[in-house]
Write a protein that binds this ligand. Structure first.
Ligand code: NAD
Length: 286
């Protein structure tokens, strides 16, 4: 039987989530995605109208099939957590069952189990502010959307993950080195995500032999990255200073994710894998 993957954080064909979906599909996995509720309509419409068809092409010429798109807002664990103003918001009221617990339950009802869980989402409302100017609410929102969202996804999906399954999240080197401009508590959120990768590797490993790894990816011109505002500078910096002087493609991160999710990586858990043209290893810019 082929493997089944749930990828949280796909809303267009530019980001890492999309590239990971493609690599997993190319390796034979069935693809389910979780799409942020406010982005759901446009994503589904674009998919249906063929707007992504060019980027759906796999190496063998076939097109990636997404078996099902689930609306998801990973900052809410269950319906009781959703405040009135969100509940009644037009974009949210049009969908249902999009809290983490409900999505896991829907996937269980529709498919029974999954083998691979991917977390490719982050949000920091104050990302453009330096940490010293970040509000408590902004900081907590960054942690909620970008770090606890993974804890919650794993907590709710672990019971439906087959033994030997794998989970992958995406992190950024701003967790451990100073990257001015990656503000709003996002650097803190990535540090939490990496630390949680180790603790959760232990807990999920002991519980159901599920592996937990994170990929520290280099800069990519995704929708989320463009919103931060310094992505072109980071891409230029990497081109100039990394051991491998080439632009990083989302496919390279997709391939690494497919490896981590595969039996080739069956003894790898609790790790941060750099997929960044080696930039992390540099001590000075040259
Ligand atoms: P992206 O815009 O493709 O993905 C981010 C996704 O998160 C979007 O689809 C957005 O709709 C979704 N999202 C935001 N809040 C959500 C919520 N509450 N619930 C559900 N979904 C939500 O951008 P990306 O850059 O590919 O980001 C994917 C991951 O890669 C993130 O964790 C990001 O931090 C990480 N990353 C990106 C870069 C980069 O340069 N682009 C570098 C390193 C790591």
């Amino acid at each position: 039987r082929g493997k089944r993957a749930f990828i949280a954080g796909v809303a267009d064909d530019n980001g890492y989530g999309w590239a990971i979906a493609k690599s997993l599909a190319a390796a034979g996995a069935e693809i389910l995605v979780g799409t942020w509720v406010p982005a759901l309509n446009i994503f589904e419409t674009s998919l249906r109208r063929g707007k992504f068809d060019e980027s759906r092409v796999l190496p063998d010429g076939s097109l990636v099939e997404i078996t099902k798109v689930y609306p998801l807002d990973a900052v809410f664990d269950c319906p009781e957590d959703v405040p009135e103003d969100v509940k009644s918001n037009k974009r949210y009221a049009g969908s249902s069952n999009w809290t983490v617990k409900e999505v896991a339950e829907s996937v269980r009802q529709d498919f029974g189990t999954i083998d691979i869980l991917v977390h490719s989402l982050a949000n920091g409302p104050e990302v453009s502010k330096p940490l010293l100017e970040t509000s408590r609410n902004g900081y907590l929102a960054a942690i909620s959307a970008s770090s606890y969202s993974f804890v919650s996804l794993l907590k709710h999906f672990l019971p439906i993950m087959n033994t030997g399954g794998a989970t992958i999240s995406l992190t950024y080197i701003a967790s451990e080195r100073i990257i001015p401009g990656y503000g709003g508590g996002m650097s803190s959120a990535k540090a939490a995500l990496e630390s949680d990768t180790r603790v959760l590797a232990f807990e999920a490993g002991r519980k159901n032999r599920v592996r937990v790894n994170t990929i520290s990816a280099g800069p990519l011109r995704s929708r989320a990255a463009k919103a931060i505002g310094f992505i072109d500078m980071m891409i230029d910096y990497s081109l100039e200073n990394a051991p491998l002087q080439k632009e990083l493609s989302a496919e390279e991160v997709g391939s690494a994710a497919a490896f981590l999710a595969s039996p080739l990586a069956s003894a790898i858990t609790g790790t941060v894998l750099y997929v960044d043209n080696g930039l992390n290893a540099m001590g000075v810019g040259v």
